[in-house]
Design a protein around this ligand. Structure first.
Ligand SMILES: [Zn+2]
Length: 462
């Protein structure tokens, strides 16, 4: 009997040795305690592992199955952690982290006119944008965001900095009717935007976009020139929409209709368009957005802090509008932590509907991942952990006192986790942070540079 076992063992060993070379060589395996895939079935694999080759996910399975099938160059051990798709921030103005906490608790127009606009007029430059974006990128990597949609000035500087940091960006060059830091006229802004698109249209991480600021800060000709430019190059359009009731009043005074209906009437709405906020929309507006396939970015924290109102999230969801989550610029939030955005998206929906079943944890997580990807028209590329998608993922520690005990991973991700709990951040198959160690940014110099620049910002609003 013993001899028989020995023979079997030998045979198995021989089999193991001969089967070794058939394991597919790949670049990276992430072994996790629990893998939350966000695939259409909301599959959770526990324990789970993700096989990545170069930029792409090739498999998600048990750690044993992955070990049998693949030979990885590098392995990230995250057995006590949750692995999830990288979070997608669908609305921000990255360099505005430099205005974080500069002025709070003010009416929107006082805040803008006394602080933000003067500070921007005196400080916004390519160097300002680079320093601010590096700080924003550091914060996003450290808090688990792997892709973001942006609107600002000197967007080419944001693109370069984003690429250096290794993050994915849908980056919109702002077009606005009045003179701003990077363009004196809309025509100049459009020409700058076209050069920006040409420079970045084939980038693996950057999707250049055209970003008319809003329907109330641009005239009809400029709005239509923006969509013509975007369609000519097949790039996305990003616009602020119906953020405040003032915008609704302005639209009615100027055009006699809602902002959404005005943009419909002039032929603005087209493919790959993202509308940020969408707070003050009618049922007819929602029907237009759904019919045109417009993605909407919901920004609960900014809307609450500026008392802009509460977007009709349940109506958007019932209509089937692609609804992502955003933080908005850090001047009105005041951080870029998407875990906070998930939590408040859920709480705000419950409060305004008086219904505790509104936006459950799973839906909030969907909005920060796969639904955000859908809002950006990128659901075939990012937003879930599935073979064939880009390897954008993060791991989250579950060892904090506030995360103990752990019964339900999705509940913990939305209701108790903070950005600081993120351990490892991977974008396009590249590790940007491993066990809190930054690999693409020098943390100390990013923070020192931002603090130095803050002296200029402080002087600008004195
Ligand atoms: Zn905004």
């Amino acid at each position: 009997m013993r001899a028989h076992i020995a023979v079997v063992t030998l045979a198995l060993a021989a089999l193991a040795v001969t089967s070794q070379p058939s394991r597919r060589p790949i670049s990276l395996v992430v072994v996790g305690g629990t893998v939350v895939t966000e695939n259409p079935q909301h599959r959770v694999v526990s324990p789970g592992a993700i096989a990545i080759d170069a930029t792409t996910i090739v498999d998600v399975d048990s750690p044993e199955a992955i070990a049998q099938k693949y030979q990885a160059n590098e392995t990230v051990e995250a057995r006590d952690e949750i692995v999830l798709p990288g979070l997608i921030n669908t609305h921000t103005h990255a360099p505005m982290v430099m205005f974080r906490g500069l002025a709070d608790d003010l009416k929107l127009m006082d805040w803008l006119e006394q602080y933000i606009f003067p500070a921007e007029a005196k400080t916004v430059s390519p160097a300002f944008v680079r320093t601010g974006t590096r700080l924003a990128a550091l914060e996003m990597i450290e808090s688990g965001t792997t892709a973001f949609a942006d609107m600002y000035y000197f967007e080419e500087e944001i693109a370069r900095t984003t690429r250096e940091a290794g993050l994915r960006g849908v980056l919109g060059q702002t077009i606005i009717q009045f003179p701003v830091a990077d363009a004196k006229t809309p025509a100049e802004a459009l020409a700058r935007t076209e050069r920006f698109i040409q420079a970045f249209k084939d980038d693996s991480l950057i999707t250049p976009a055209v970003a008319p600021h809003s329907m109330y800060t641009n005239d009809k000709a400029t709005l239509l020139a923006c969509v013509e430019l975007a369609h000519r190059y097949g790039v996305p359009v990003i616009i602020h929409l119906a953020e405040t009731d003032d915008e609704i009043k302005t639209a009615h005074e100027r055009y006699g209709v809602t902002p959404t209906a005005f943009l419909e009437d002039i032929g603005f709405w087209g493919p790959r368009t993202l509308a940020a906020h969408g707070v003050w929309v009618t049922d007819d507006d929602i029907a237009i957005l759904k019919r045109r396939g417009i993605g909407v970015s919901h920004n609960p924290e900014s809307n609450m802090k500026l008392a802009s109102g509460a977007a009709p999230v349940m109506k958007y969801l019932a209509a089937g509008v692609a609804l992502g989550l955003g933080t908005d610029g850090a001047a009105s939030n005041n951080d870029l932590d998407m875990f906070g955005a998930m939590r408040l998206a859920s709480f705000q929906a419950k409060q305004v509907t008086h219904d505790p079943t509104a936006v459950p944890a799973q839906k909030a997580l969907d909005m920060a991942t796969i639904d955000g990807a859908r809002a950006l028209g990128m659901e075939k590329v990012i937003g879930s952990l599935e073979a064939g998608k880009r390897a954008d993922l993060v791991t989250v520690s579950m060892s904090a006192s506030r995360q103990t005990p752990l019964y339900n991973a999705i509940s913990h991700l939305v209701y108790v986790t903070r950005g600081d709990d993120v351990r490892t951040t991977i974008v396009n198959g590249k590790i940007l942070m491993k066990n809190r160690q930054l690999l693409t940014l020098n943390r100390a110099s990013v923070i020192a540079d931002a603090n130095r620049l803050a002296q200029t910002v402080r002087a600008a609003v004195k």
